[in-house]
Design a binder for this molecule. Structure first.
Ligand code: AMP
Ligand code: ZN
Length: 117
């Protein structure tokens, strides 16, 4: 295990070292409830493979990023929030990224204004 993986909050959640409310899991993707929800549905969807974020993604990560979004769509369907939801990648500290393991936010269950802050 690399240092980045050993110390990463989301890798630790995936390994079960830190508790989280699991929402979805398959071979490559893990999803759990955000600890500080910003909407009635606020789920984080992460690839099980560690990489820091969209900036650091490589061509070989394209499918994983897509799978995270498809998992978000599946969760949104299950939760009946398909009238309007948002998937968000915060990229870099200036956009609010605070955890450096790529994650898709799934937000829904309330009206969402545009543009986001
Ligand atoms: P970001 O700011 O885009 O990097 O998103 C990180 C998200 O992780 C925030 O929405 C936090 O509320 C959430 N978060 C931080 N720690 C935990 C945790 N232990 N379990 C679940 N979500 C967390
Ligand atoms: Zn990680």
């Amino acid at each position: 295990m690399t240092d980045a993986t050993a110390n990463c909050l989301f890798c630790r959640i995936i390994r079960g070292e830190i508790p989280a409310k699991k929402v979805y899991e398959d071979e490559q993707v893990f999803a759990f409830e955000d600890i500080h929800p910003q909407a009635p549905t606020h789920v984080l969807i992460v690839p099980k493979k560690h990489f820091a974020g969209l900036k650091e993604a490589e061509a070989e990560d394209a499918e994983l990023i897509g799978r995270c979004h498809l998992a978000a769509a599946k969760i949104a369907r299950q939760r009946n929030i398909e009238s309007g939801y948002r998937t968000v990648l915060n990229v870099g500290p200036g956009a609010g990224q605070s955890v450096f393991h790529l994650h898709v936010h799934l937000l829904g269950g309330r009206a969402l204004s545009w543009p986001p802050g």
